[in-house]
Design a protein around this ligand. Structure first.
Ligand code: GLC
Length: 729
């Protein structure tokens, strides 16, 4: 083992030579004498890392995974998995995010830089131990110290800034497996018009393709694809097609033929393209760990970009395998062999499992090979050893392809499988959840750990993907996801439809109000998102990141969103309210509709535990002490939101400031300082409030302040800025 230290005190412990994951930005590490905080035992093909856990310690992190914000008490795996049942018995989901923090008397952050499988026994087998098993002996362990915020900050600076989508991606997005033809897509777009509900994007799931072939369009179902793109573009609605990892094996299909001719696919042991099966039947997987193949695959997106498509979602890229030729044959042989036999319990279950286990089989992952580009050379690597880099690199292929097409345009990109290194290339959705109440809670609990791993542009399928959603569930879910950067309603084939107007009049009204409120929140969400990215902070934080009292450390269902507010969503069926813990006095804002703002639905709530009654149509947020929340007047598209009519709600005991960020929303010019900042300042002078607005944004117009003092009295002040007025008022 060799130890190193970076200028800001991050320690790195190297064991052998790790295959490059390209997660960590270069830094000036110097040799160091430090010892790793835990015990490390190495064998030929495994490394076991053991750390002590004190009784009070909390373990945060591990990105996308099941269970609570505090990960203690379960075994988890980092192994990108295509598993549509996100139940508490699972160990891994689609992402492999090897960052965690032990929070207690001494805080310790750990990132394990390793591309294969890692198991984390977080105080499950022995409640006092964190036992990590890495399936390999070449790895780097990074160790961080400091406060929770500092640890996240150091780690996130080390992995670099996260993916920034175009601003329209903060609007509402509608998806379904599938909007099967162009008339259905138009019908959905008209639905939003008819019900006057904001929307910025509609998705195309696998049925837009011809026989599930990537980068093709069904002539039968979408005969006027380009006209459809333009028609929707005129309405400022983006179409987002899906791209899957598997490339159909079919003579005459250019992507397949080129890939085979250039040896761009994953191979089997004999060096022939590996045959797996997914939606189209038999497929090959692009070898995106090979630089040339990655470029080739990324360039495939260009044809769609030329047609006017501005974003994609990349799916099935763990990669998901329904079956392999060999796996299927073995299973069928086994089943045939049991014919006519008197099956005992063991053989009966083996028979059942023989078919169930053919999907995503480790044996298949171990039968595929990459020609991985390492230091400008090529290394033959077994897929299993670098499994967690696959979804990351196929998505990176797309991002790099976009940049070659136009390197100053922000394209939209979502992916299912991920690794921390991917956070700079794309956003993620959290995969195939269900219309279960438990999954609203999982969505809430996953957001902070995703942020720790660098995934800021993230969200879950609102309303749930699998199973049927009730109206109440969709409303309650949206009451949470209206705050998540990605707000997408998606559902699976065969389930109850869940577009906002599909339930009843009341529900349509509620969902419309919530979506409109989401648009009102965009200035705040976008500001906080961009600031969290620039400063390497969390957008969603557990309460303990700010409040150090014992109660705050244990709260699992409330989050701080940005610097100004705390959210406390309802995630239980038939609930008429919920208990909320307030670590300090806050102003409660019960949201019903944007228009109801005028009724001043604010109330000062004292620190402590409270039961807050909340009807289905009521969402509650809490404004922190001496903080300001900025809203804008809702519109039906993000691009129509303006700063002409802003609202600032503040709980101001003494003084509060808020810096509202904005930029063109489409380019990367913000990196060159091309953005605007509006600084709101409010002083409580006892008898009155003093407000000032300092801005270089010339679109700022009328501002209505709702200012609440420490007695709970609300004062309304209107401030007008006109074009020729000095910016400082
Ligand atoms: C996968 C995706 C899901 C999509 C479906 C069909 O299950 O996770 O979002 O709708 O495939 O493409």
């Amino acid at each position: 083992m060799k130890a190193f230290i970076s200028p800001n005190g991050v320690k790195k412990f190297s064991f052998g030579k790790v295959l490059p994951t390209e997660t960590i930005l270069e830094s000036d590490y110097t040799l160091d004498e430090s010892l790793f905080y835990g015990d490390v035992i190495k064998s030929q093909d495994k490394t076991q890392i053991t750390l002590e856990l004190r009784e009070e310690d909390i373990v945060y992190g591990l990105g996308q995974n099941v269970r609570g914000i505090n990960k203690r008490g379960h075994i988890y795996e980092a192994f990108c998995s295509d598993d549509p049942n996100h139940t508490p018995d699972k160990k891994s989901l689609y992402g492999a995010h090897n960052f965690l923090i032990i929070y207690g008397e001494k805080n310790l952050g750990i990132y394990i830089d390793f591309p294969g499988k890692i198991t984390y026994d977080v105080g499950f087998t022995d409640s006092n131990l964190l036992d990590i098993v890495v399936e390999g002996s070449n790895l780097d362990i990074y160790q961080f110290e400091g406060s929770l915020k500092e640890i996240v900050n150091k780690f996130r600076r080390m992995i670099g800034p996260s993916y920034v989508p175009p601003k329209w991606a903060f609007g509402y997005q509608q998806c379904r497996w599938s909007y099967e033809d162009q008339s259905k897509v138009k019908e959905i777009a008209s639905g939003f018009e008819k019900y006057d509900i904001p929307v910025d994007a509609i998705y195309l799931d696998i049925d837009y393709m011809e026989d599930y072939k990537d980068f093709t369009v069904s002539k039968e179902r979408f005969p006027d694809f380009e006209a459809l793109i333009s028609e929707l573009k005129e309405k400022d609605i983006k179409l987002i097609p899906i791209i899957d990892a598997g490339v159909k094996i079919e003579d005459g299909y250019a992507v397949y033929e080129e890939g085979v001719a250039q040896n761009y696919f994953l191979n089997d042991k004999q060096g022939n393209p590996f045959v797996a099966a997914v939606w189209p039947g038999k497929v090959h997987f692009p070898d995106v760990l090979n630089k040339e193949a990655r470029k080739w695959f990324g360039d495939q997106y260009h044809a769609f970009l030329k047609m006017g498509i501005e974003g994609f979602w990349n799916d099935m890229n763990e990669p998901a395998i329904f079956y392999s030729e060999n796996g299927l044959k073995e299973a069928i042989d086994f089943v045939k062999n049991q014919e006519g036999k008197n099956l005992d319990v063991t053989t009966f279950f083996a028979l059942k499992d023989s078919i169930l286990n053919i999907s995503n089989a480790v044996k298949d992952y171990k039968s595929m090979y990459h020609r991985m580009t390492v230091d400008d050379g090529e290394v033959l690597v077994n897929h299993y050893d670098v499994h967690n880099l696959y979804g990351y690199n196929i998505t990176r292929a797309a991002d790099e392809g976009f940049k070659r097409y136009d390197n100053n345009k922000r394209f939209f990109l979502l992916t299912r499988a991920s690794h921390i290194g991917m956070a700079k290339h794309s956003g993620i959705w959290t995969g195939d959840n269900h219309s279960w109440w438990e999954h609203i809670k999982l969505n809430i609990q996953m957001m902070p750990s995703l942020g720790m791993a660098g995934f800021l542009y993230a969200g879950a399928d609102t309303g749930g993907f699998g199973f049927n959603a009730s109206a109440e569930l969709v409303v309650r879910w949206l009451e949470f996801s209206m705050f998540t950067p990605l707000l997408r309603n998606h559902s699976a084939m065969g389930t109850r439809v869940q577009e906002p107007w599909q339930f009843n009049e009341d529900t349509t009204k509620n969902l419309r109000n919530l979506i409109r409120m989401r648009y009102a929140l965009v200035p705040y969400l976008y500001s906080e998102f961009m600031k969290a990215n620039k400063d390497a902070n969390l957008l969603y934080a557990p309460l303990s990141f700010v409040y150090e009292d014992e109660q705050s450390k244990r709260v699992e269902d409330q989050l701080l969103l940005g610097d100004e507010i705390m959210i406390a969503p309802v995630y239980e069926q038939n609930a008429k309210g919920r208990y909320v813990y307030l670590p300090e006095d806050m102003v409660m804002y019960k949201i019903t509709s944007y228009e109801d703002l005028e009724k001043q639905p604010f109330e000062l709530i004292k620190a402590g535990h409270h039961y807050i009654p909340l009807e289905t149509h009521e969402t509650v947020i809490f404004i922190r002490k001496n903080r300001l929340l900025v809203l804008t007047k809702p519109q039906n598209r993000v691009k129509d939101l303006s700063n002409n009519e802003l609202v600032v709600i503040g709980y101001v005991e003494d003084s509060a400031t808020y810096q509202c960020y904005n930029d063109d929303g489409t380019s990367f010019n913000y990196r060159d300082g091309k953005y605007t900042e509006t600084n709101f300042k409010v002083n409580n002078k006892g008898s009155h409030f003093e407000v000032s607005v300092d801005t270089n944004d010339y679109s700022i117009g009328a501002i209505t302040f709702y200012l609440i003092d420490s007695l709970g009295n609300c004062k309304v002040m209107k401030q007008g800025l006109t074009q020729d007025q000095p910016r400082l008022v």
